[in-house]
Design a protein around this ligand. Sequence first.
Ligand code: G6P
Length: 368
Amino acid sequence: SAAEKGGYEHFMAKEIMEQPKAFRDTVFPRIQDGRVVLDDLNLDGDYLRETDKIYIIACGSSYHVGMVAKYILEKLLRKPVEVSLASEFRYCDPLVTEKTLCIVISQSGETIDTLAALREAKRLGARILSIVNVVGSSIARESDDVLYTWAGPEIAVATTKAYSTQLAVIYLIALRFAELLGTISGEIYDHIVSELLTIPTKMEHILENREAIQYYASIYFNHESIFFIGRNIDYAIGLEGSLKLKEISYIHSEAYAAGELKHGTISLIEQGTLVVALASCTQLFDKLMSNVVEVKSRGADVLGLTVESRAEAMKKTVDHAILVPDTHPMLLPSLDVLPMQLFAYYVALMRGCDIDKPRNLAKSVTVE
Ligand code: G6P
């Protein structure tokens, strides 16, 4: 009913708008006096020092959170992080030992591929830390440690607020582990924590200005094929933006690491092809913009995304620019993903799709 949807037309819209609150609920109680406090975690510095590898296991959008997490954890912890699709993990003879920490990410906590991979990792001796939304679910029960995402019930098949809270938990883990390992300076730690507290307000700002995204959707909703390009974390966000679009609007799309374009995908760019260019990572801004110039010269329409401080530089080159507030680069995925979700939502709306229950998909997949 309309009441259940909080006055919105779809659960997905309601859940997109709930993200600032979900992020707050997940993060704020775990920050006390400027420090990340994870009371529910039984890992100490000695354990982490002994750990030689982190293996992240998940499916779908949760896997995309793992892709972001790899960049963040490797940068902050200086330990190798491998990300594996749960459905592949069991059959690849994984290099997992008692010195491996497995981070298992799942909204439902019931995805059978993920649960089976968890059991295999456990059998090989790994310690399991799961990030789960549904309290008491199978994955939560079978893990050594659980950090819950406090997103509340997610009804729409296409995840939004669960994804955002999973990212939030990754930041908390990264900060806490880096502190335990001594791989972060006090100054950087304090800066990231203070920026973390500004994320919900910045999310609200993006959501309040959603008409702009609706307008871009109205221009491009008839396209048959869309490309997302980005580098580093922006690439991981492109994967999620592309998945959201495929899931609910049924438009064929692909996400590409921007530097790989010239090794293949650029052959598909024609007059009028839409390329969504993610360039929030300011360190790689110039590199990404040179990829934008390449696709523009082959006739692509480019919808760019960057931080406000790069607005002028981007607007010179792209057809339309989506802007997100500046913050610490590690936290940007939380802002970047919102326009991606909104774009997929409005495109699907204009195409008349069944947004909350897309064809062939289930919220929780309990068959292999
Ligand atoms: C299904 C859903 C996806 C979800 C994936 C993993 O395929 O349609 O949206 O990302 O399962 O779900 P989980 O509950 O394990 O995060």
